[in-house]
Structure formats: C-alpha cells, structure tokens
Design a protein around this ligand. Structure first.
Ligand code: EPU
Length: 337
C-alpha cells in the first residue's frame, strides 16, 4: 500500500488515546521501505501500539509494520532457527511455535504487540527475556538506505532495553525492524524461575509440565492480573521496576520489611514498582480518566476518553508520590510520541 494522508491512530494504540498522523503507510513487504518518500521528514515506526503513549496528533509519517510470515529457516543438532516477519502478532507466533513442536518461547505467551517490536525493549515475563532466545534480526536503516543484520551481541540487550533504545534509533525512526530469527534449543527444560509459575502448576497438580502446560499456566496468571486492552485500554506495565544501589535498598528494607527486592548481578537491587505504587496509595486510584489498575498497580489504565495529557498528569502524580514516600524515581516503560 502506498502512503495515505491523515490517519486516525486511536485504533492503533492499546491505551486508545486519540491522535492523527499527518502521513501513514501500512508496510507489508520489507522492500516497500526503500520508497524515497519514506525517508523524508519525521517518522515513527509503529508495531502493535502496545507500548505507546500518543501525546496528540503526529505531524509526520507513521509506518505501520505489518510484514507477515513465519518459517523454520535452519535446524542443526542443537536448535531450531525460526524466523518471523515484524508484523506477526507476538502471541500468535509463540503459540504457532509450540504447535510446531519448537518450544522455548512459552513463558512469553500473551504479551501484546508484534514480533518486530519484541527486541526493541527486550520484552520479558515470568523468568524469560526475549534476548535469551534471540538469534538475529534484519532492519532497514533509513540513513544508510540499506538492510542491516544484528546478532545478539550487537543488540546489547538489557532489562527492557536494547541498542535500538540506547542509540535512540527507535524514537528517531532511523531503523525499521523487518524480521527476527529466534534460536530455540532442542534440549528443552521447563523454565520455572518465577514463583507464580511454580505455584500455578502446583495448583493444577502438574509436576512435570509440558511446554503447553507452561503456556497455559502463564496465560491464566496474566488473565487474572492484567487487564485485557480490548476492554480496559492499557499499555502493560507502565513503569520499569527501578534498580537502586544496595545502600538505598537496605535502608528501604529497614523501614519497609515487606518490600520485594531482587538482587542483580552487578550488586544493585531491583525493586517492585507495583509494590511501591500500591503502598503510595495508587492501586485502583484514578486522577480524572486515568488510573492505576486495581489488580496490578503497575498498569496504568484509560477509564474512558483519556488523552495523552491525562496520561501524563497521572504519571507525574504517581511518580511524585513514590518519590516522596521512598526517595525512588520510577521511569515510564512506553515510548511517548
Ligand atoms: N506487587 C504489589 N502490588 C501490585 C503489583 C505488584 O505488591 O499492585 C508486588 C507483587 O506482589 C510481587 C512484585 O510486586 O511481589 C512483582 O509483581 P509481578 O510479579 O506482578 O511483576 P511486576 O514486577 O509487577 C514484571 C514485568 C511484567 C511481567 C511480570 C511477570 C516490568 C516492568 N514488568 O511485572 O511485564 O509480566 O514481571 O514477569 O518488568 C510489561 O512489561 O508490560 C509487563 C507486563
């Protein structure tokens, strides 16, 4: 499809915020990206819109990544290498790999969004981050006017972070990821690093889970805790879990003994932002049409009719209250356009 003028973006972001793009094109093949018109002016690369806060109208070009396709590209004695187009729905892709008998992605079931967006913020849940089973990706570089390949090292994955965020390539629209290859080891082991998963399987009397059992357990946990964007618009976790130095973590633990703490490899400590927000009084609380979800305080929800300005107001109020009570800064996870 070629470019069209003035597209409504409210259906393309899971917070259901209003906004229009001055220019818009749906991308269904990688080669379309080389069109000269797409290199001019401001640009935003849109995936599933599940990690996005629209501030209002966007006076530029939105390239909506809808490249389809999923296939086994290689198999060796140790692993399956599976490729998917950037526009594939993440959850559907994960379920398809399980059906094919290529497990490894099951812990990331039911995460909203697209395959192409997954590496950008290194999506993670229930003891697995996508970087751990990532092999390579292809991206169109609008500056170099060429397709580039990134291996795992080049992606510089970290907690909810990658080279695409670190270098600002995502926000500037410099790179559009077109396809991703995952390496799924044949020696499969159930990943039950996360206590909730172990508990859910125990409650189902499953001692030796299959990949499908793990996926089903995770789907059930997510459905219990997280709001369905089709019913209650949201963008998943709205803040990162903050990582603080040991001195502050120890001081907080003295004052708040039940504060969940996760020691990191570098000696620092990750704290549960959802807990901090709940203790700051925000669980189930609204400011205007935007609130923090009653079953998971880390999830910001649009109660109906909110704008980007409303989201920002609630975000700032939550951050201020957490800072006042705990001296901890929490930063937003979504991209602001
Ligand atoms: N907690 C509270 N109150 C709340 C929410 C959480 O006290 O309202 C406590 C929980 O009791 C638990 C701890 O905080 O002790 C952690 O909560 P949870 O297991 O729900 O996970 P999370 O840290 O809030 C992270 C990810 C999620 C991911 C889950 C499961 C981030 C920013 N979020 O949430 O990812 O699904 O772990 O692995 O790292 C997302 O990024 O959009 C997302 C949903």
């Amino acid at each position: 499809m070629t470019e069209v003028a003035a597209a409504d973006l409210s259906l393309f972001n899971t917070l259901a915020l209003p906004g229009r793009a001055a220019r818009y094109a749906r991308i269904v093949t990688a080669d379309q990206l080389a069109a000269r018109a797409f290199s001019e002016g401001r640009r935003f690369i849109l995936g599933g819109g599940s990690n996005l806060v629209l501030s209002g109208d966007f006076d530029g070009l939105v390239l909506h990544m809808a490249i389809p396709g999923k296939r086994l590209i290689h198999e060796d004695t140790d692993a399956f290498y599976v490729e998917a187009g950037a526009g594939e729905n993440w959850h559907d892709f994960v379920q398809w790999t399980l059906q094919q008998g290529w497990p490894g992605l099951e812990n990331l079931s039911l995460i909203p969004g697209t395959v192409g967006a997954a590496p950008i913020q290194n999506i993670g849940a229930y003891g697995l981050e996508v970087g751990e089973i990532f092999h390579a990706l292809t991206a169109w570089d609008f500056e170099k006017q060429a397709f580039l390949t990134f291996g795992r090292e080049q992606c510089r994955f970290a907690y909810r972070d990658s080279v695409f965020k670190q270098e600002g390539w995502h926000l500037s629209g410099r790179m559009a990821i077109t396809s991703v290859v995952f390496r799924l080891p044949k020696a499969w082991q159930a990943n039950m690093r996360y206590a909730d998963v172990t508990q859910e399987l125990a409650s189902r009397n499953i001692a030796t889970p299959t990949p499908r059992d793990i996926a089903d357990a995770i789907i059930a946990i997510r459905q219990r805790k997280l709001p369905d964007p089709a019913i209650t618009p949201n963008a998943g976790s709205f803040f990162h879990n903050p990582v603080v130095d040991l001195v502050l973590a120890d001081a907080l633990a003295r004052d708040f003994p039940t504060l969940p703490r996760y020691p990191q490899a570098d000696g620092r400590v990750k704290l549960a932002a959802g807990w901090l927000i709940e203790q700051a009084g925000w669980k189930g609380k609204n400011l205007g049409p935007v609130g923090m979800y009653e079953k998971q305080a880390l999830v910001l929800v649009n109660r109906g009719g909110a704008t980007g300005t409303d989201v920002r107001r609630t975000m700032l109020a939550v951050q201020a209250d957490v800072r006042a009570k705990f001296a901890v800064d929490i930063t937003p996870e979504p991209i602001f356009l």
